[in-house]
Design a protein around this ligand. Sequence first.
Ligand SMILES: NC(=O)c1ccc[n+]([C@@H]2O[C@H](COP(=O)([O-])OP(=O)(O)OC[C@H]3O[C@@H](n4cnc5c(N)ncnc54)[C@H](O)[C@@H]3O)[C@@H](O)[C@H]2O)c1
Ligand SMILES: CC(C)[C@H](C(=O)O)[C@@H](O)C(=O)O
Ligand SMILES: [Mg+2]
Length: 361
Amino acid sequence: MEKTITLLPGDGIGPEVVTEATRVLDKIGIEFGHKFNYQTAAIGGTAVDQFEDPLPKETLDLCRESDAILLGAVGGPKWDSYPAHLRPEKGLLRIRKELQLFSNLRPVSIYNSLVSESTIKEEVVRGIDLLIVRELTGGLYFGEPSERLDVDGEEAAVDTLSYKRSEIERIVRMAFELAEVRGGKVMSVDKANVLESSRLWRQIANEIAEEFPNVTLEHMLVDNAAMQLIRNPRQFDVLVTENLFGDILSDEASMISGSLGLLPSASLSAEGPGIYEPIHGSAPDIAGKGLANPLATIASVAMMLKYAFKMELESEAIMDAINQALDSGVRTADLVYGNQEAVSTTEMTDTVLHYITKSTK
Ligand SMILES: NC(=O)c1ccc[n+]([C@@H]2O[C@H](COP(=O)([O-])OP(=O)(O)OC[C@H]3O[C@@H](n4cnc5c(N)ncnc54)[C@H](O)[C@@H]3O)[C@@H](O)[C@H]2O)c1
Ligand SMILES: CC(C)[C@H](C(=O)O)[C@@H](O)C(=O)O
Ligand SMILES: [Mg+2]
């Protein structure tokens, strides 16, 4: 097969991890006889510097006409004081909205050899396999008004948490469809004891549940969910939640797998190309030092192969290779506690590449 992939390296460690992920794609291409064509475009702070726009039109056009998009990360201290529309993060929010990527899948599992190294007890994390389904184009990130204002002569600011029925229906339905082919359980996470938007969310989740007799639905308040994720993550199969709750819970959940540098994601729409992106950010503290863990981005490529190209075997070959690389003992710095030696970003990828073969399946 021949596929065109738009690369959006972005800022900080973004370019480093995207480069590593394309090496993995190239190896898959060789082993399985596919051709991956890349086109690279600017997003985030890099795009602000070049085009005074965190999402130039040319970038969006390239993305629209590609088969899939691979994003590194955006943002960094350099742009933190820029006005809202020129912030790197705005570029990411805009592209998610433009491409209607309402569904962000953030799977959380643990590689075999990391079970005993987790900061959480082995018996709590062993065999973890849960999926966070994060709503990605609504809620506080996009609600209007979102602005500074004057309240009683005082400086104030407002952000708006609003959801339409259709927005809730489609993401909750997606969660149920995924649960049907997984463990058959949906946990809808909200703050219905306080927020009206959460009460609508809960009501609609109950309605959607009627369409899926083989899937059980439970509700959990988000503060409790944050605690339960660490106390007993095995109770969860699919968690579905609004944009900001999903953002926070997924960073927390990454520590069940061992590091923020391990968690991949797929941002999907009803039709058209999706963005495959690690859940982590641009990590300015380690950028340019060869310290970044490339595995979240490499696993995002595995999600791309599975969801965008229906290349199940190829996707599994990558996940198997990551498992074997970690089994062989290599660790990037984020995975090292104590005095074990860490390998570089490139060395980690080299080890993954070593284990990628068609015959692994
Ligand atoms: N999707 C994205 O583009 C995205 C996501 C989150 C944050 N950001 C942006 O990134 C910038 C930094 O934010 P932050 O520091 O809060 O979050 P971050 O995710 O960039 O980093 C948090 C911590 O995790 C570490 N880390 C992250 N990814 C890693 C990796 N692959 N390997 C090893 N360690 C890794 C970092 O070194 C840092 O200590 C901000 O500008 C923020 O807006 C972007
Ligand atoms: C950079 C930021 C806008 C983004 C988000 O909050 O969605 C990031 O944290 C993520 O998780 O992808
Ligand atoms: Mg985040």
